[in-house]
Design a protein around this ligand. Sequence first.
Ligand SMILES: [Zn+2]
Length: 243
Amino acid sequence: MRITREFDVVQVTFFPRLFPVNVYLVEEEDGLTLIDAGIPFSLKGILATAQSLGKPMTKIILTHAHSDHIGALDRLKETLPQAEIFISRRDARLLAGDTSLLPGEPQTPVRGGVPKPKAVRTQPNQLLDDGDQIGSLVAIASPGHTPGHMSFIDTRSRVLIAGDAYQLQGGLAVSGRMRPLFPFPALATWNREAALASAKRLAELEPSVLAVGHGRMLHQPAAAMRAATADAQQRFDLAGGQL
Ligand SMILES: [Zn+2]
């Protein structure tokens, strides 16, 4: 396990060498907000890191409902029954095991590890829409990796926690753009066109730090994010929109 801090955001990394999976503890005045719940193995490390910060974990937010982002959710909720659970209105359906697409959405199949119906016992307390505020964080709809993927920007520091909308492991890339050294986020992406549009929107936020689900945090990332979107756009155009 590796712990890295930027401003009020603490990155906790499991299996940093093998298959790095990040969760984030965001420190607020009166408590901690966990962003993403890692894999089942992450439970102990998340609780120990929260304890070392000396504040109660009162909120758990999920960027999306893939298995490597919700793994410890049920056991965290059992341990901390008071914690409020947040996920986007759209990905709440995935969390419940419903992979059907809505009318008007691109009809590409949902990919990646999604729970089977009733596999996750925890019910969200609040369903998030674009622009909702949770403590110091603002929710930013960033669909593409999953239909309801969300990112969160800390309004105090402009640290952007972008889930799998980007990856940093194996090189900075937009979700859906294959990085041979770490191909998993690309393989798990629902719709590359939507992911690219979201990645462009996130780059325009001019974050101070980019913090994602897989890979180390990146300082002053906006130029690199724009370059990554240009690269993905070029690939997309070359492939005639297929990628
Ligand atoms: Zn994912």
